[in-house]
Ligand binder design. Structure first.
Ligand code: 13P
Length: 253
């Protein structure tokens, strides 16, 4: 089963509107005519609308980094799926380890967010991954399984086409310490088996699983050569047009 590679840039809390526009203008040029790979950028909330305008008539897609599960109401500081949909977001990142770690997001909250995004016809980049401590204690598979099962509770199989999974080992995020293709591949295989158990073989063969954690132009090719790795969720290296372009153009390296 051929799966279209998917590279997404998670800008996290970086880029003013001016800087964001500068970056996407450069990416539009450097990625012009690119095919055979899906590309998305995830700017911070304040830059989403202007970036959406800039990306009209471009094949680069737009992702938000978070949402709240209610459609509207008295939830100071939150942003709803409808609001993201209205401005042209195709994707939303949910369950990123930084949100779990610093903002107390639990598996249950992640699940509510995923269900809400799906209902609003947003596609989801659903992040899972173990911490260093959990890996060292031999809990990688049990942690990843729990996050996966809890996060996907109540999702109908036909909605799985809207979900991309991002395996991001917490110890590899922003540390320069990438998981080796074998280490990542092992967990990707495990995730795919679990998806087969939860849904079906067909769905497990279709679901795309990105790797995230210190992805660079130097290591992307080896990671993408690993059979179960279908793309990357890139943090630091997505903040410059040059490095992100080299990652997206990994086939040409
Ligand atoms: P880095 O690429 O900076 O390690 O970040 C990975 C990440 O968290 C993407 O969501």
């Amino acid at each position: 089963m051929e799966r279209l590679p998917f590279i997404a840039g998670n800008w996290k809390m970086n880029k003013t509107v001016g800087e964001a526009l500068e970056l996407v203008k450069a990416l539009k040029i450097s990625l012009m005519g690119i095919y055979g790979v899906e590309v998305a950028v995830a700017p911070p909330f304040t830059a989403l609308y202007p970036v959406a305008q800039e990306l009209k008539n471009s094949s680069i897609e737009l992702a938000a980094q978070n949402l709240f599960w209610e459609e509207k109401g008295a939830f100071t500081g939150e942003v709803s799926p409808l609001m993201l949909k209205e401005i042209g977001c195709q994707y939303v990142i949910i369950g990123h380890s930084e949100r779990r770690q610093y903002f107390g997001e639990t598996d249950e909250m992640v699940n509510r967010k995923i269900r809400s995004a799906i209902r609003s016809d947003l596609k989801v980049i659903f992040c899972i991954g173990e911490s260093l401590e959990e890996r060292e204690e031999g809990k990688t598979f049990s942690v990843v399984e729990r996050q996966l099962v809890e996060g996907l509770k109540g999702i109908d199989e036909e909605r799985m086409g809207q979900i991309v999974i991002a395996y991001e080992p917490v110890w590899a995020i922003g540390t320069g310490r990438t998981a080796s293709p074998e280490q990542a591949g092992e967990v990707h295989r495990f995730i795919r088996e679990k998806i087969e158990g939860l849904f079906s073989k067909r769905t497990s063969e279709r679901v795309r699983i990105q790797y995230g954690g210190s992805v660079t132009p130097e290591n992307i090719k080896a990671l993408m050569a690993e059979p179960g790795i279908d793309g990357a969720l890139v943090g630091g290296a997505s903040l410059q047009a040059e490095s992100f372009t080299r990652i997206v153009r990994f086939k040409e390296i």
